[in-house]
Ligand binder design. Sequence first.
Ligand SMILES: *Cc1c(COP(=O)(O)O)cnc(C)c1O
Length: 414
Amino acid sequence: MTETELCTLADQAESALSERFLAIDRRARALTERVLCAFQAERVDSACFDSVSGYGYDDRGRETLDRVYARVFECEKALVRHHFVSGTHALAVALFALLRPGDTLLCATGRPYDTLDEVLGDKSENPSSLKAFGIHTRFVDLALGGAIDEQKLFASLNGAKVVYFQRSRGYEDRPTIPVKTLADLFSRIRAAKPEVFIVVDNCYGEFCADHEPSFYGADLCAGSLIKNPGGGMCETGGYLAGSSRAVELCADRLTSPGLGGHVGATLYQNKAMFKGLFYAPHTVAQALKAALFCAKLFETLGYAVSPASDEIREDLIQSVRLRDPDKLIAFCQGIQSKSPVDAYAAPVPAPMPGYADEVIMAAGTFTQGASIELSADAPMREPYTVYLQGALTYESARCAILEAARRTLACGRP
Ligand SMILES: *Cc1c(COP(=O)(O)O)cnc(C)c1O
């Protein structure tokens, strides 16, 4: 294929997506308005960007940010902190906060994301795991096709203290669980068991739908600030948002019983967290468009992609089944070569702790590991599927995806 032919295909892919791009822009506008209203209602001003040192008592910025998040997530309370080192940390704090020895955690969407394995401890012998504290975990495997097995879920509900959902597909071959599906399940779970805590791993899902799971009654949504809600502005951090009863338990677990959310020096991170939330609906829209463009272009080139360009899309992850190790490497090197940072580096497959196969990762990001920025990664195994996510700007991502296509094509036809 000539360069001109590839550019024509890219233009055609983009034109074919114009309706979907418009819908993404419309949602970004509505969500931006919600964010702005929250800022205004909570009287965000430049004093919120000041920092308090030491214990961090009376940090107006920190307290205001929590309330702003609660408004945006349409729930009672939120805990937004740079003290969360990652999404996994926020999720672990949530589970240890809600569960007590003898309690049962019911995972409604099959096995959670890989990094939760040691938190649950059912596979390993980690002495700090939930299992080591006498907390049981039960899994409701997903039904064929990746939907929630509702019958099995309701049959397993008895005795569960926490029901746990992972909204995003993560790096599994299953669809994202739509928020509307979650909403329906939440109300039926509440009707059957009013006291149960509903926890959602909301990673990659924020601002991809009109409302977050917290709006529909989840006790906790958890996520990372170097993903969607950080808008590409946060250097680190995580959040929890949901019901007062759940968030207060989490605050006491994050700091100390009795201290809760009333302490914690913010060390000049507040401004980045406010600014990131301000940007988030826009940045997420950039990333959604990038994922759609990638889906459409590689569909046109003859590859199986997931989600397909006409499927519903409520998270940032796009997979492309390349079916060839050389193409996989070429794709990742193409993404890296058009990144703003470390473009001169060429990623190669390497062993990674915790993974059976070698892994290749392309990430020329400003912030280490920030997957709201464009990145691509894959385990080196059949069917050589690459996972692409994030984009600070659609334009830069388009450029990188086009280069990935160029280099993939140079390795031969699908
Ligand atoms: C990213 C992610 C997490 C948390 O990962 P961290 O790297 O610890 O922030 C959890 N679940 C899902 C589905 C994720 O995508």
